[in-house]
Design a protein around this ligand. Structure first.
Ligand code: THU
Length: 130
């Protein structure tokens, strides 16, 4: 877990968050040990800003990684408190990550709060609803 935290923390410097000054980093760990990071990338047209979690997940899928390859995800920011994934990220996480995958929220001291992916979005809309 420490290694995953260090990966996420190290990637924070790549956050492009000049409008909010709120840096977010996500480190996605695969079952084979591979780690892919993502950071938030903002835009002057604010609504086009991209979240760290979704950047990590879409980068992974773009490399051929699939849902069942993913073990867990860890988020970090510069804050002393725990930041949890936004609603849009939760919807994408339930689509692209295993329901039982742990989601670790960490603060700037490296403290960790863990929940399961499925518990972040109860009654989620999924492919089963189609
Ligand atoms: N942000 C994320 O990267 N992930 C989240 O789950 C919450 C919000 C980013 C978006 C924006 O760049 C900044 O945090 C402030 O909302």
């Amino acid at each position: 877990m420490n290694k995953l935290y260090e990966e996420a923390k190290g990637a924070l410097k790549h956050s492009y968050s000049k409008y909010s000054n709120f840096r977010v980093s996500a480190a996605l760990k695969m079952k084979n040990g591979e780690v892919i990071t993502g950071v938030n990338i903002e835009n002057a047209a604010y609504g086009l800003s991209l979240c760290a979690e979704r950047n990590a997940l879409t980068t992974a899928y773009s490399k051929g990684i699939k849902k069942d390859d993913i073990a867990e995800i860890l988020l970090t920011t510069d804050q002393e408190y725990f930041v949890s994934p936004c609603g849009s990220c939760r919807q994408v996480m339930i689509e692209l990550m295993p329901a039982d995958a742990p989601v670790h929220m960490t603060n700037n001291k490296g403290e960790i709060k863990t929940v399961l992916n499925k518990d972040l979005l109860p009654h989620a809309f999924t492919e089963d609803d189609l």
